[in-house]
Design a protein around this ligand. Structure first.
Ligand code: GLC
Length: 663
């Protein structure tokens, strides 16, 4: 049970984050203080209070001890001292002397100082006093999650095939490159369902075009990939290349669909293709126009997209560049001392995503001219909503895969997200794990990190360890940046091990998809921190590197190099399963408490909770070929029933203690 109070400060911008109508209260609960000018909220945290939420953010599952800003930011260096990443998710749960959720519905920057300036104080600051506050109270953590999720509406349902393994890389230049990736997986007997087309498939980085030279007969290529059970998933960028011979640009320009500068001219800045204009996704007509453009590709058989650079990312604008060049010129011939040198460096680095550019951009929202600053966090949301809305019209009989880089609360109704440009760092394996429950709290269930890391070079050991966690990411995609070491799994020396771990994923797909759909249906988490399940167990409550998946399985991946294994905390008696492949696994009963578990890189280890069971199937080369008749159970109980949710239906499967199923 939960109750939600809504409190309005000033004149908030209508964000569409919330899907339910809530009566407005005139008073916040007495434990929350709000300053005179409604900009600063404070709460005195108890010594033991924990704070969860914030979706895509650095640091642990418990967010206490740092300062975060919800502000969509194009920043590929996800170090522990960063304050914001690509998604803006201003929702937290305070769990301690008081238990409540707080959602600050405000599309510009919100600062969450969670014991950073003062170890015992939570301070939430908005830039201007125009926001809606929602306080969710309940008796259990799950009540708060459910209350919030009901408030913001049901999560997007991804297609079943999108739970298959997906390979990506920025620099598949030609259809031959793509085909050789497909062949690499297929000829090595490694399952795969999708290959991604990064910006190189386009003609000169123009959205909704395909290079004839590098991807000739594209429609036929898409068809041929489908016949090999491969979905091709192209990228769409927010910026539209300024080019008089490109119809998307001229249509947008002539109809006034682009964001403007302060004089009412199109706002122009540079991204991949050089100068671009940004479609005004907050203008309903412009959003519809852009959304309908996806038809060019759905007509060619495409059924999956990833929306990118939609914070929006800006490399530079002419105005900022001129200023910078002026400043840099002044340094010429000088003997640069330390401050000058830093000044020079900052001038160049400050060109991208500059505050000056964002405040020079304007939107037309139902006829009202709105400065981008006021609505920054809604840009990627509305780009993605535009696509999702259009799919209803242009592909009514297909469930299209869609996910985005930038996001705000509420966008989860339209798509998933991936967590952007991470790095091939060991710490990012752990970050991947920690983001999963935090994102779930904010409604993002179809989500995942770039496996093996986007930037930098992935070693074989890192790739294997990440894969053992990646098996559980709903969006299971290996992606890497231009110029990095190749990291397709078949390129490594021990490709058989990679293949076996991929087969473990395919054995688990019916289970993972069911738990995903159940989490959507029940407005619940698919990935739970141990703190949410084992209340009152201090060790479980403090556990930051293990998760419960659905409600039957615990995972505890290795995220350190040269590790023999790791310490695992079992909050109850469990059964450990060491998977070497889909059909090759060993079980061992283990007692509650701490254990050092040896985990070789060729194994994916999971733990089944007492009284629970895990359904598995025989792996297949792709999701189309998964045969549900091969389902059996690994049991840690005396048999029972499992409700399997497939894309088409729901069925109750009965199983015996031995794992076999019967009708
Ligand atoms: C951005 C995306 C990344 C993509 C690259 C080139 O950095 O986050 O995934 O590969 O752009 O399109």
């Amino acid at each position: 049970m939960y109750n939600i109070k809504k409190y309005i400060c000033g004149s908030p911008f209508e964000t569409n984050a919330v899907a339910e109508n809530i009566a407005v209260s005139d008073k916040l609960p007495c434990y929350i203080n709000i300053s005179e000018n409604d900009r600063v909220i404070t709460y005195a945290m108890g010594k033991e209070d924990k704070v969860y939420g914030l979706g895509e953010a650095v640091r642990g599952i418990n967010k206490r001890g740092w300062i975060y800003e919800t502000y969509c930011s194009d920043d590929p260096m996800h170090t522990e001292t960063k304050r914001s990443l690509y998604g803006a998710h201003p929702f937290i749960i305070v769990d301690g002397e008081k238990l409540f959720g707080l959602f600050v519905d405000y599309p510009d920057k919100v600062t969450f100082d969670i014991g950073y300036s003062d170890i015992d104080t939570l301070t939430v600051t908005v830039k201007s006093a125009d926001c809606c506050l929602y306080i969710i109270e309940g008796e259990a953590l799950t009540d708060i999650v459910k209350g919030f999720r009901r408030l913001i509406g049901k999560s997007y349902v991804a297609p079943y095939w999108a739970f298959g393994f997906q390979q990506s890389r920025w620099s598949y230049y030609t259809s031959k490159d793509v085909q050789s990736v497909i062949d690499g997986y297929r000829t090595n007997g490694m399952p795969i369902d999708a290959v991604y087309l990064d910006i190189d498939y386009m003609d000169g980085f123009r959205d909704f075009t395909v290079s004839d030279e590098r991807f000739p007969n594209f429609k036929e290529f898409v068809r041929s990939a489908k016949s090999q059970h491969i979905h091709l998933v192209p990228i769409i960028d927010a910026g539209v290349k300024c080019d008089d011979s490109y119809s998307v640009y001229t249509e947008g320009r002539d109809n006034g669909y682009f964001c403007k500068d302060k004089d009412g001219n199109d706002f122009i800045a540079a991204v991949w293709p050089g100068k671009v204009c940004f479609p005004d996704f907050l203008n309903a007509e412009a959003a519809r126009w852009f959304g309908m453009k996806y038809k060019t590709l759905t007509d060619m058989g495409i059924d999956g997209f990833w929306n990118d650079m939609n914070e929006p990312a800006i490399f530079y604008s002419e105005r900022q560049l001129d200023k910078a060049i002026g400043k840099i010129a002044a340094y010429r011939g000088k003997n640069l001392g330390v401050y000058d040198y830093f000044g020079l460096k900052d001038t160049v680095l400050g060109l991208s995503n500059s505050a000056g550019d964002y405040s020079s951009m304007y939107h037309n929202v139902n006829g009202e001219i709105v400065c981008h600053d006021r609505v920054h966090n809604l840009y990627g949301f509305n780009m993605t909503k535009a696509a999702a809305d259009a799919f209803v019209e242009i592909a009514p009989d297909r469930n299209i895969l869609l996910f985005s880089r930038a996001s705000y609360i509420g966008m989860h109704r339209y798509s998933g997200i991936w967590t952007g440009d991470n790095q091939s760092w060991w710490s990012h394996i752990k970050l991947n794990l920690q983001m999963l429950p935090s994102l779930n709290m904010c409604g993002f269930l179809y989500t995942g990190a770039d496996l093996s890391g986007f930037g930098d070079n992935a070693t074989e050991e890192l790739a294997l360890r990440w894969l053992a966690l990646g098996i559980f990411n709903p969006l299971m995609r290996n992606h890497s940046a231009l110029g990095t070491k190749d990291q397709e799994y078949f390129r490594y020396k021990n490709k058989d091990i990679f293949g076996n771990l991929l087969k473990v994923r395919y054995a688990l797909i019916p289970f993972l998809y069911s738990e995903y759909r159940r989490a959507i249906e029940d407005d619940d988490l698919m990935f739970r921190p141990l703190a949410f399940v084992y209340r009152g167990d201090k060790l479980a409550e403090a556990c930051e590197d293990q998760l419960i998946v659905g409600d039957s399985v615990m995972i505890a991946p290795v995220y350190e190099p040269n590790a023999l294994g790791r310490y695992v905390y079992l909050p109850e008696n469990m059964m450990m399963v060491r998977f070497k492949s889909d059909r090759e696994y060993e079980c061992e009963s283990m007692a509650k408490g701490h254990h050092f578990v040896e985990i070789p890189t060729c194994e994916a280890v999971i733990f089944i909770r007492e009284g629970k069971a895990l359904p598995i199937v025989k792996a297949a080369a792709n999701t189309d070929e998964i045969d549900l008749n091969t389902i059996s159970f690994i049991t840690n109980n005396d048999g029972g029933e499992y409700v399997l949710i497939t894309e088409a239906d729901k069925r109750t499967i009965k199983y015996r203690s031995t794992g076999e199923v019967y009708v």
